[in-house]
Design a protein around this ligand. Structure first.
Ligand SMILES: *[C@@H]1O[C@H](CO)[C@@H](O)[C@H](O)[C@H]1NC(C)=O
Ligand SMILES: *[C@@H]1O[C@H](CO)[C@@H](O)[C@H](O)[C@H]1NC(C)=O
Ligand SMILES: *[C@@H]1O[C@H](CO)[C@@H](O)[C@H](O)[C@H]1NC(C)=O
Ligand SMILES: *[C@@H]1O[C@H](CO)[C@@H](O)[C@H](O)[C@H]1NC(C)=O
Ligand SMILES: *[C@@H]1O[C@H](CO)[C@@H](O)[C@H](O)[C@H]1NC(C)=O
Ligand SMILES: *[C@@H]1O[C@H](CO)[C@@H](O)[C@H](O)[C@H]1NC(C)=O
Length: 318
């Protein structure tokens, strides 16, 4: 009885992953495998950087990783910061670094909310990638820094766009109340069996996007509210507490918290990093440590957030 039921399911699952770009040659404007370049989304004034791995094969559906820059930053800075174009971290996936309109992403009060807005852009850019490259539609992921991390959460909250992404990661995310922001509104992801895997990193010395939020002119929500929100949406129920809270490094102290909800193990995870502020954790240091020396005085950190992000993403697909 079981076999005839399971087989068609498995076949249907395998068949869905291919995007319409499979079998097509890489467009001439696109980077050669192993390189990245700046491009425009046709019909718009929006820019992005695209990286194609050396292992890319036009007949093999490939994972796609989005990386969104922080406020006042840009796609080039983000590529150098997140290192998503480095095979050391990204083993065979395509990486894409969208550029904001004016330095800010939707949800930040300074962002340009006119349509097409950043959600429209993300949705259209993903469709464009799927049409021209051989993308594994089940393995599309989003990550970002600061406002880009907050925007990753905005994507996850949108039923149309968020449904196309398998998992989300936010480094030092800045989370605004989006209820009254035109084109965003309250967090209302589509229901889905896989749930919404969400990974968050935050330094306790962050004064730009403080871990406990702030009430300044552009108020930011406490990180715990965001984590508990995703825990609840993943079936943990409202007000759920961390399932685990373990020390992963002693000096500086790094705590790892995770929520397992409705049979989904560790679907929401958080690294609480002491002695670091608004910097993307990296053992070698990076542009952030130079930009925020007072918040991130160590000059580097005890782990690579990028490594943890790729490990987390590897555990999930649609
Ligand atoms: C991106 O930002 C960096 C500094 O963070 C700057 O040096 C560079 O010129 C900017 N690039 C673009 C294309 O704006
Ligand atoms: C805001 O975005 C719209 C749509 O992308 C664009 O046409 C407009 O020029 C932008 N406004 C400013 C002030 O940049
Ligand atoms: C979700 O994003 C889509 C694509 O940009 C947009 O058309 C839609 O209005 C958004 N939904 C909400 C509730 O904001
Ligand atoms: C988890 O650890 C952090 C840092 O030590 C602490 O602030 C928090 O209260 C702990 N939470 C729980 C539920 O144990
Ligand atoms: C690029 O990253 C390297 C190390 O990861 C860092 O030393 C350098 O300052 C960064 N460049 C910019 C323009 O941020
Ligand atoms: C962090 O990444 C760098 C490459 O950017 C690598 O050299 C280093 O070994 C990594 N550190 C750890 C602890 O994995």
């Amino acid at each position: 009885m079981l076999l005839p039921l399971l087989l068609p399911l498995a076949l249907a699952t395998a068949g869905l992953a291919q995007s319409p770009g499979c079998g097509k040659d890489i467009p001439s404007k696109f980077p050669s495998p192993g390189e990245s370049t700046t491009l425009h989304l046709p019909g718009t004034d929006r820019e992005y950087r695209l990286y194609i791995p050396t292992t890319y094969d036009k007949n093999t559906p490939t994972a796609l990783y989005f990386s969104f820059h922080g406020a006042t930053q840009n796609m080039s800075y983000e590529e150098n910061l997140s290192q998503f174009s480095k095979p050391f971290f990204n083993k065979g996936g395509i990486a894409i670094y969208p550029n904001s309109k004016n330095g800010y992403w939707l949800s930040n009060p300074n962002a340009n909310t006119s349509r097409p807005n950043d959600l429209d852009f993300t949705n259209d850019l993903l469709t464009h990638m799927e049409e021209l490259l051989c993308i594994d539609k089940k393995r599309v992921y989003s990550a970002g820094k600061s406002n880009g991390g907050g925007f990753t959460a905005v994507i996850a909250c949108n039923a149309t766009v968020g449904s196309r992404f398998a998992a989300f990661a936010s480094v030092s995310g800045a989370y605004y109340n989006t209820d009254d922001i035109p084109g965003v509104g309250p967090c209302q992801p589509a229901e889905r069996e896989e749930g919404y895997p969400f990974l968050e990193f935050h330094g306790t010395m962050d004064t730009t996007a403080p871990i406990d939020g702030n009430t300044k002119s552009n108020p930011k929500l406490p990180v715990i509210d965001i984590l508990e929100g995703w825990a609840a949406r993943n079936g943990c129920g409202p007000g759920s507490k961390w399932a685990r809270n373990e020390t992963v490094f002693q000096d500086p102290l790094v705590k790892h918290a995770s929520w397992g909800c409705a049979g989904k193990r560790a679907i929401v995870q958080h690294y609480r990093e002491s002695e670091i502020g608004h910097c993307w954790p990296s053992t070698l240091g990076n542009g952030d440590f130079k930009q925020h020396p007072s918040q991130c005085p160590l000059g580097n950190y005890v782990f690579n957030a990028t490594e943890y992000i790729f490990d987390f993403f590897a555990g999930y697909h649609l």
